[in-house]
Write a protein that binds this ligand. Sequence first.
Ligand code: SF4
Length: 257
Amino acid sequence: MRQTGNVPRKPSVSPSKITTYLACPVKFRYTYLDPRARWLLRSKSYYSFGTTLHRVLQRFHDSGDTGVETTSEVLAAYEESWIDAGYNSAEEMAEAFGEGRQILERYVGDALSQPTGAKTLFVERQFRFDFGDFVLIGRVDRVDEYEDGTLEVVDYKSGRQSVTDEDVAADIAMNCYQLLLKKKFPDRNVRSRIIALRSASSASHSMSDIELEEFERDISMIAREIITENFDERKPVRKPMCESCDFLVICQQDPDF
Ligand code: SF4
């Protein structure tokens, strides 16, 4: 455990850590605990593409110094922000660049012609809540405030074509964000929304107080499992996701894999 002065740093758990742990504890170990394994992480074009779009939308919704307002400003910010890592060829990258351009033109056109009336309170903001033995941390794309006081946490998905309210309700990260927002603003109604950028569709879900309590119980249980887990003893278990995993080369060295 890393130390700050003489005070041990409290373990932190994030939506990414939780979903990685639930998918494969061995992958969790290699992603977050074993510095040698990081050398195996490959750049991925979908990650570069998503990060580029997030950076541009952050500037579009941010009224600060680096904010952009018009379609042409947004497209200029897109060119500036483009990340080219992970593409297999110049053609593949050019195709992705064109797609991103179309996505942003449509997004900005819709936002300017159909304003929601909501005020953006935060962009790319980290929220945290101390649960005693661990801290839950979540970085949200955006939080909007509606006229009735409702706070809506917004998450952009650059790879998805569609999204339903049920998808949002079942999304661990969105529920973590909602929980964190409710902890910070207990007197407000909170809601989460996913925007599927490729189709410009969106869906939302608001957890009831009972659902929030249940989720808090479940997430606390999983977080405590993570912080007390002995990852060295975990053996890799083959599953469909192994084929695209960066750590396959390590797991294949296990004779039982
Ligand atoms: S290869 Fe499979 S078992 Fe190994 S870390 Fe990746 S997902 Fe887990």
